[in-house]
Design a protein around this ligand. Structure first.
Ligand SMILES: [Zn+2]
Length: 434
């Protein structure tokens, strides 16, 4: 058949089976054909990227948009502009830091209303599991949330309290009853302490790797007991990998993600007062970072997603004991991870698997995550050998604080397409349901 709307060809097209020269033909917003590079069919618009790589749009399943309620921290318009500028075409928004938190059907409606007509990328939503809202979970699932987030320790905001391990068992049992997904911020509350003073070392010591490991062991125990599918969010401690691998080997349905900052920064990069690098769990030492890379290479960690959690600069004042914990990184995750990954001998196809295919599979975002016939034509032109120095002025997020300021990174996003249309400032993003 002829009559394609768009054909994009690249000598470096990243397909599910690896990178090769190919042409991608688009009709009605979907990928209609993938052909040999030199067999590109006629189309209304033809784009030849040459040696610039063509990737599927990234799927970032860990984004805190904060609208409504804390829109001065970040909002749907700014977050999705930044996402698109960073090669991300789908985000799944976390249920907390916005107000009301998405722990009821009514709150999900408020969230969707706030997002409607503002998004430059597609946006899905997570629900939340907090003490007392177990009866709400099935309805939220029915309304299309991709799964349920819970905390084992203080979330940082009072309206989203953590679950005790007993309460987790109740929530997991309910979520298992409709075969839902639970995603867990895993730090054991009994293993955390209050940092003394504002130095980074004290903050780091207050949230040791053992806190993650202990909470992960509890999540595994409860996943095994209830049969729920569980996912560990933002794994920072390489020590957490072994219990996960052992559990998977015996058939427990548990997966894990890590984040660009844990893979590309280390505690030695944190200068005094540089609270833009504060997050929970914390960025640990270089040996730990190497451990995370080994786990990623071995497939013991599935995904790399941003945990984009920005706030106004005022909230980053003070020491590491006082400042808001959260890193803003949505626009820079791809080049940050690619820069480090290529230095460690990984291929672009690995990065695409970790940042697009695996998160889409985790959350069950259909029609995304790969350049494959039938999928949405969410595409990224990525100059994988070009370098740039991170200038906060180029960021499209509401605030321009970044831990990567001044760093030289490799890989420039040249263009992003959502369903076959170049992402510009028109809010064409759709609100997704599971
Ligand atoms: Zn988060």
């Amino acid at each position: 058949m002829s009559g394609y709307d768009l054909v994009v060809r690249s000598r470096r097209t990243v397909l599910p089976d690896g990178e090769r020269p190919a042409a991608v033909a688009v009709r009605d917003g979907r990928i209609a054909a993938v052909t040999g590079h030199d067999d590109a069919p006629p189309a209304g618009t033809r784009v030849d990227l040459g040696e610039v790589a063509l990737l599927p749009g990234l799927v970032d399943t860990h984004v805190h948009v904060n609208e409504p309620g804390r829109t001065e921290w970040e909002g749907f318009a700014t977050a999705t502009r930044a996402a698109a500028a960073g090669g991300v075409t789908t985000i799944v928004d976390m249920p907390l830091n916005s107000l009301p938190p998405v722990t009821t059907a009514a709150a999900l409606a408020v969230k969707r209303e706030a997002a409607a007509g503002r998004c430059r990328t597609d946006v899905g939503f997570w629900g939340g599991a907090i003490p007392g809202n177990t009866p709400e979970l099935r309805a939220l699932h029915g309304l299309g949330v991709f799964g349920f987030k819970c905390f084992t320790a203080d979330s940082g905001v009072p309206e989203f309290p953590p679950l005790s391990y007993e309460e987790m068992e109740e929530a997991f049992t309910e979520i298992a009853s409709f075969d839902g997904l639970v995603i867990v911020h895993a730090e054991d509350p009994g293993s955390l302490s209050v940092p003394v003073g504002g130095a980074y070392d004290a903050f780091l010591a207050s949230r040791p790797p053992s806190a993650e490991q202990k909470a992960i062991e509890q999540v595994i125990r409860l996943a095994e007991a209830t049969g729920v599918r569980a996912h560990i969010l933002h794994l920072s401690a390489a020590d957490g990998v072994e219990p996960l691998s052992r559990a998977r080997a015996r058939g427990v349905r548990v997966s894990a993600e890590t984040c660009p900052h844990y893979l590309t920064l280390s505690a030695a990069d944190v200068r005094p007062g540089a609270t833009r690098l504060k997050c929970c769990p914390p960025i640990r030492d270089a040996a730990n970072r190497d451990g995370l890379w080994r786990a990623l290479a071995a497939g013991a960690i599935d995904c790399v997603v941003s945990d984009h959690s920005p706030c106004p600069p005022e909230l980053k004042r003070g020491g590491f004991d006082e400042a808001w914990g959260g890193i803003s990184s949505l626009q820079l995750g791809l080049p940050a991870v690619w820069t480090e990954a290529r230095g460690r001998g990984h291929a672009l196809a690995d990065v695409v698997r970790w940042m697009s295919a695996a998160p889409a599979a985790l959350a069950g975002v259909t029609g995304k995550g790969a350049i494959e016939v039938g999928n949405d034509a969410d595409l990224v032109a990525f100059a994988a050998d070009e370098t740039f120095t991170v200038d906060p002025a180029a960021l499209r997020t509401r605030h321009r604080l970044t831990p990567y300021e001044g760093r030289e990174l490799t890989g420039v996003v040249r263009a992003t397409w959502l369903r076959g249309e170049v992402v510009d400032d028109t809010p064409r993003g759709r609100l997704l349901r599971r």
